[in-house]
Design a protein around this ligand. Structure first.
Ligand SMILES: NC(=O)c1ccc[n+]([C@@H]2O[C@H](COP(=O)([O-])OP(=O)(O)OC[C@H]3O[C@@H](n4cnc5c(N)ncnc54)[C@H](OP(=O)(O)O)[C@@H]3O)[C@@H](O)[C@H]2O)c1
Length: 284
């Protein structure tokens, strides 16, 4: 568990806790002794989180935070720093999906995906860094994905956002580390829940759609991958273990399957292996 020198109970701020991984992580961290500030853009949707916390016998503080809104981020972080004197752990979990191949995606689709998944993480990270730097301590974890290492068809906007997140954290990492602040990316594969259902972009296709066949073939691959999906609780346990790692790394993969995929990518400077794999997913 990370803790500022002198603090009694470590403070953790988690974004996007209305459902899925964020909800499970907020509860898991509270169970491990953190004082958790569970944030969401619409706090009237906190009932599922609150009943999960009650079921595990833990207390959470729920606060509004919309990661696409500069004022919302600044107000929430200033409030947490003012009331608790600092923050020990931040989990940048809030994220959105957007399906469709590039020529179908509007500028709005691209910008709104990047706004949540990259600039949203940047806003929250930038807001907490000065206090952590002064304390010379802190952990900031961001939910990345296999899609942050491996381009996947019909996930162009999402992959672009997670690749950008990877670059953002890799670049900011050494400077933050020089002040005792650790940035970490958690790369997950498929996780059960409502993420796909919440995704923007194209969801249904007519048979005369030029991409219908490719989409159908890729859909079968995705369905099969979700047969082996991890659960939000498994990811939450993983994130809490990462937060407690005494020797924090920049990147962690949540399963052996994700680690294998990332290894293929790391050993493939020309894109040949990734390309032959992703093209095989679309082959008739
Ligand atoms: N599910 C997967 O297969 C998978 C795999 C790898 C990585 N991930 C990553 O894991 C993270 C969580 O995904 P999940 O599976 O738990 O999906 P989820 O259940 O859809 O959760 C996404 C959360 O992000 C919140 N959110 C969206 N826009 C926001 C904004 N502007 N400000 C604050 N919160 C916002 C949502 O809140 P609302 O309820 O208000 O919309 C929701 O609480 C994401 O970053 C995702 O990219 C997911």
């Amino acid at each position: 568990m990370t803790r500022r020198p002198g603090a009694t109970s470590p403070i953790a701020l988690v974004t996007g806790t209305s459902s899925g991984i964020g909800l499970a992580t907020a509860v898991e961290l509270a169970e491990r002794g953190y004082h958790v500030v569970a944030t969401m853009r619409d706090v009237s949707r906190s009932h599922t989180l609150m009943s999960a916390a009650a079921g595990r016998g833990v207390h959470l503080e729920v606060r509004p935070l919309d990661v696409v809104d500069d004022d919302s981020v600044a107000t929430c972080v200033a409030d947490v720093l003012g009331r608790h004197g600092g923050v020990d752990l931040v989990v940048n979990n809030a994220g959105v999906g957007c399906t469709g191949t590039l020529e179908e995606l509007s500028t709005t689709d691209l910008l709104s995906t990047l706004n949540v998944n990259v600039i949203g993480v940047a806003r929250v990270t930038r807001a907490v860094l000065p206090a952590m730097r002064e304390a010379r301590a802190g952990r900031i974890i961001a939910m990345s994905s296999m899609a942050g290492a491996f381009g996947q068809p019909f996930n162009d906007a999402y992959c672009a956002s997670k690749f950008a997140l990877e670059g953002l954290y890799e670049a900011a990492w050494p400077v933050a580390a020089a002040f005792g602040v650790h940035l970490t990316l958690v790369q997950a594969g498929p996780v059960t829940g409502t993420f796909v259902e919440h995704s923007a972009g194209i969801r249904q296709r007519r048979p005369d759609d030029p991409f219908a066949d490719l989409w159908g073939r890729f859909g079968s691959i995705v369905e099969r991958s979700y047969d082996r999906a991890q659960t939000p609780d498994e990811i939450a346990t993983f994130i809490a273990d990462v937060a407690a790692d005494p020797d924090p790394r920049l990147r962690y993969q949540t399963s052996e399957a994700v680690e294998r995929a990332v290894r293929i990518k790391s050993a493939d400077p020309t894109g040949e292996r990734v390309g032959s794999l992703t093209r095989s997913w679309l082959a008739g």
